[in-house]
Design a protein around this ligand. Structure first.
Ligand code: ATP
Length: 614
């Protein structure tokens, strides 16, 4: 593989980087902390820095880059960009995982090295850390402690429990860990527990820690503002006082996970602990200048010292680009919203999937309220927060299984589909990990794509997607042809049957559901992916995404109960919603739902006018 000289390396897929981003990219000796506002291209920056390190050989084979994100789709998105830009043998050395995926992978790989007192059995299962489950434990043991407090203590107290200083915490945490291991039909671990187990394992096995450091001389941390104290402890245990160079990116103004334990002053601590150099990016590549002006007004309220971002997005729409839409009644609000979107879609100015409906909470209730009006106007609303089986649609779409099967199903539906072909080939190359320079392996992957898609085409050509069993059958056929063991071997989170079955069942259920309206296979797959549908999601789920038009449903004192003048995290949630928009951001309001949030309207004044729908 030919390497590029560092001074000759150029970014790919974008024209250029801003000067500060160039400096942070070329910093390879020392950790850097890149703070930047919304749309500043933080994810893009990480993708470019990954390509730079791999293509110049600054991260030489067999060394790897570990990129840790918070959400599966963010992790996937980052690795897709690297796969598209780097040679396969380089892209394979870019390991992009979620924090939970990384810790679970470490535990599964080194479970035997966890000291015996806390070593979980091999058949442990993942348990979601719910308040109900913690309350059940508290009741059974008659402990007088709040569920949230217990959750925080589990996450924050290092193992072994006998060494925890606080006596009360020791008294409760000992039984809690035993309960999780022994009370149920099998051992159940939450991700917070896995985090602590891996931390314990690394502290007691310096050899494993050393191997980790030497495998990953470069570590990227995306959305660093959301790192929890427990995760940060683990990062320090694993890589503290080592030569690994960190690149942490994030935006403190988008810190909306405080309730989930995101630590305070994350960037300040990181800069001190890792002697990092700090830089702040200035551009906003997503939004045009009129939207950036509104975003700046909110940003200033969060951080009075914030720099005004330089808007790099181009405005492509006329008329009002941001407003509060006031409706007389809730029915008018629902109807007006559906009618407006239908009008814009019919006019051809925007695709349904590029208009997002955001809500503060309770997306399922809003779906019930909106869906009938949307149907009447010929629109399909897709609530991506809804579960299929036990997995949310948005999470399912980002799963490796989905990403592996979909391109093949697309090729089964229609032979000519260049994007699906490229994706299918990259899936197989990734699964089989053939060396990028091995032409025979490359040809084998090409031949296999041809073979698998031909078999799927025969089956899908014979059977229209109408009966449930038939749709499931095609999904299972794709899995069999690509190879279930291959997909599971390549995906750490699928090692346990229950984890894999949960995703597979969600996949088959959504496929079945997408076939309910009939049509061609391609139409079914479009529905599966949400193409041609208006997405509905909570602000928290919209983080990291972007849409042509964003409509926030319900800006009032009840929907945003906690949006008080001093409530920083709620204002940040509002900021996240506002900054997802590339061209337009609207907020609906009606008196039937609650009162106006006056201080916010005063803050934004003419920038966010009220428009009355009668
Ligand atoms: N240097 C660049 N030149 C042109 N476009 C860019 C550049 N960097 C990023 N973009 C584009 O700008 C948009 C925002 O980038 P990205 O999603 O990486 O930003 P971000 O900082 O992660 O945003 P946020 O924190 O708001 O989620 C994307 O559409 C991306 O493709």
């Amino acid at each position: 593989m030919t390497l590029v000289a560092p001074e000759e390396w150029r970014p790919q897929g974008i024209d250029d980087l801003e000067p500060r981003a160039w400096e942070a990219l070329r910093e390879v000796e020392r950790s850097v902390c890149v703070t930047a506002g919304a749309g500043a291209g933080k994810t893009e920056f990480l993708a470019q820095k990954g390509s730079y390190l791999l293509e110049t050989g600054l991260c030489p084979a067999p060394k790897r880059i570990l990129a840790i994100s918070f959400k599966r789709d963010a992790a996937r998105n980052l690795s897709d960009r690297i796969v598209a830009r780097c040679a396969p043998d380089q892209a394979r050395r870019f390991v992009s995982m979620t924090f939970d995926g990384f810790t679970k992978h470490m535990l599964d790989q080194f479970r035997e090295a966890v000291p015996e007192d806390f070593r979980p059995p091999a058949n442990y299962a993942i348990a979601m850390d719910t308040r109900d489950e913690r309350n059940d434990f508290i009741r059974r043991h008659s402990f007088g402690v709040a569920a949230d407090r217990l959750g925080r203590a589990v996450a924050e107290c290092p193992l072994p429990i006998v060494e925890v200083e606080n006596e009360r915490a020791r008294e409760i945490l000992g039984p809690y860990w035993r309960d999780q291991y022994e009370h149920f039909d099998r051992a159940y671990l939450t991700f917070a527990m896995i985090n602590r187990l891996v931390d314990y394992m690394l502290r007691t096995n310096p050899g494993i820690r050393q191997a980790l450091i030497s495998t990953y001389p470069y570590v990227f941390l995306d959305e660093f503002q959301d790192t929890t104290t427990a995760q940060y402890d683990l990062v320090r245990t694993a890589f503290g006082r080592s030569d690994s160079v960190f690149t942490a990116v994030g935006d403190d103004k988008q810190k909306i996970m405080g309730w989930a334990g995101a630590m305070d002053a994350a960037f300040v601590r990181f800069t001190a602990d890792f002697r990092a150099r700090c830089t702040a990016l200035q551009s906003n590549w997503r939004s045009h200048e009129d939207l950036v002006a509104i975003q700046h007004a909110v940003a200033t309220r969060i951080d009075p010292a914030v720099e005004h971002a330089i808007a790099r997005g181009r405005r492509t729409v006329d008329g009002t680009i941001a407003a509060i839409w006031e409706f007389p009644t809730r029915e008018d609000e629902v109807e007006g919203l559906a009618e407006w979107i239908a009008g814009k879609v019919e006019g051809g100015s925007v695709e349904p999937h590029d208009v997002a409906i955001l809500v503060r909470m309770l997306a399922n209730n809003v779906e019930d309220e909106l869906a009938p009006a949307f149907t009447r106007h010929g629109l399909i609303l897709r609530n991506v927060a809804r579960n299929v089986g036990t997995i949310a649609i948005q999470d399912l779409l980002a799963e490796e299984l989905t990403q592996s099967l979909l391109p093949f199903l697309r090729l089964g539906a229609a032979r000519r589909n260049a994007d699906a072909w490229a994706a299918a080939r990259s899936v197989l190359q990734w699964l089989e990990s053939p060396d990028g320079e091995d032409e025979i392996a490359q040809e084998r992957a090409i031949a296999r794509v041809e073979e698998i898609s031909k078999r799927l085409r025969v089956r899908m050509g014979r059977q229209a997607p109408d009966a449930a069993a038939n749709v499931r059958g095609v999904g299972r056929l794709a899995l069999r042809e690509i190879g279930e063991p291959l997909i599971r071997r390549a995906t750490p989170s699928y090692q346990r049957d229950a984890d894999f079955e949960r995703v597979l069942e969600g996949f088959l259920l959504l496929l079945e559901e997408s076939a309910e309206l009939g049509g061609t296979w391609n139409e079914v797959l479009d529905r599966f992916e949400g193409i041609g549908q208006v997405p509905l999601m909570t602000v928290h789920k919209s983080k990291g995404l972007e849409f042509h038009t964003v409509i926030f449903f319900g800006l009032d004192s009840r929907s945003w109960r906690s949006l008080q003048p001093g409530a920083e995290e709620e204002l940040k949630a509002f900021f996240v919603a506002l900054t997802r928009a590339k061209q337009r951001a609207f907020f609906t309001y009606c008196r039937g739902r609650g009162q106006p949030i006056e201080w916010l309207e005063e803050l934004l004044g003419d920038l966010l006018p009220r428009v009355f729908f009668v």
